[in-house]
Design a protein around this ligand. Structure first.
Ligand code: A2P
Length: 329
């Protein structure tokens, strides 16, 4: 696989993957075709994104046409937060594999440490008075065991975590037979997750950056749907220091931000539905930032203040015993 790094499991993961959260199903088809043409071989999806079927159709077309082979591509999907029960693990992975038309995924992630109840269809969370219903009985160790069994069964090459905090990860590591190979978290110039990266490095866990551009697209969505304040969304792409480097290297601010993470050894999964931006997000392997430029970008970190995704839009989530972040009163 091109421009990839090795995971603790021996698997290779391409440093740039196509993120697909918030990509509408009809958009995903064109975006994925564009991405595959541009050379992407790593795709990040989730049961919750409701686009696995579209992704599966495109992959099948490309494989049937002989343009790609299964082991040329790296596919990640995730257990939904309303399937966070041991007996649900095989059920939801099976559904994802059917939709993706694959026999196995490269990574299956435990998407959120907290849980909601599913509705009777099993496709979406149950709602009561317009809010999702928490399931407070989440048992990480039992769920992890069920995930390990999916590795034994050959349905997932690797298993990992997303949106977990250090003590939650530590407890799983201490009680696991197969350790998590990755941790996927929000990570961008304003929120560099230095503590969790240090911890993961010691444990041999690869940290993957979601929202590596500061998720500019989520802003409108969250402000409208959840009444979030615009202050919650820093303009990471508009940072002057980033623009200056973009000018110097004849690159875009997005390419500078992605290069900064990739050059630090962090795989990134920027989402785009736009052909030019899909291409440009992949064209970050033909230049190097100097040590002092890397240090300058490292210094943009705002620590906890830079966090965008605290999940507080999901009413009551802080009351779940496994809510992973600092509680806000
Ligand atoms: P679009 O899909 O129209 O390209 P993140 O991965 O940090 O969540 O960011 C995704 C958002 O950033 C999407 O709204 C996407 O919009 C936008 N985006 C993706 N690539 C670029 C880029 N190269 N320059 C500017 N905006 C981008």
């Amino acid at each position: 696989l091109p421009n990839s790094i090795a995971l603790q499991s021996g698997q290779k993961i391409p440093l740039v993957g196509l993120g697909t959260w918030q990509a509408k199903s009809e958009e995903v088809k064109a975006a994925l075709e564009e991405a595959l043409k541009a050379g992407y071989r790593h795709i990040d999806t989730a049961f919750n994104y409701t686009n696995e079927e579209t992704i599966g159709n495109v992959l099948k077309e490309w494989m049937d046409a002989g343009k790609i082979k299964r082991n040329d591509i790296f596919i990640t999907t995730k257990l939904p937060h309303f399937g966070n029960r041991p007996s649900d693990v095989p059920k939801y992975l099976k559904k994802s594999l059917q939709r993706l038309q694959l026999d196995y995924v490269d990574l299956y992630l435990f998407h959120h440490p907290f849980a909601f109840l599913p509705d009777s269809s099993g496709e979406v969370p149950a709602e009561e008075n317009g809010n999702w219903v928490l399931d407070k009985g989440t048992d990480h160790l039992a769920i992890w065991k069920a995930l390990e069994e999916q590795v034994d069964a050959g349905k997932a090459k690797g298993i990992g975590l997303s949106n977990f905090n250090i003590s939650q990860i530590d407890r799983i590591i201490k009680n696991s037979r197969i350790p998590p190979v990755v941790l996927q978290v929000e990570l961008h110039a304003y929120f560099q997750q230095k503590e969790i990266r240090h911890y993961c490095k010691e444990q041999g866990i690869t940290v993957i950056a979601y929202s590596p551009l500061g998720s500019p697209g989520a802003k409108a969505h969250f402000m409208k749907k959840y009444n979030y304040s615009p202050d919650k969304f820093p303009d990471v792409l508009g940072t002057p220091a980033v623009s200056e480097l973009a000018f110097k290297y004849k690159k875009t601010p997005a390419q500078i931000l992605l290069r900064h993470l990739v050059q630090s050894g962090i795989p990134v999964i920027p989402k785009s539905a736009n052909p030019d931006r899909i291409k440009q997000n992949f064209e970050i392997f033909d230049f190097d930032l100097s040590d002092s430029e890397m240090t300058q970008l490292d210094a943009l970190d705002q620590g906890e203040n830079g966090r965008i995704f605290d999940f507080l839009c999901w009413k009551g989530v802080q009351d779940h015993p496994e809510y992973p972040f600092q509680k806000i009163s």
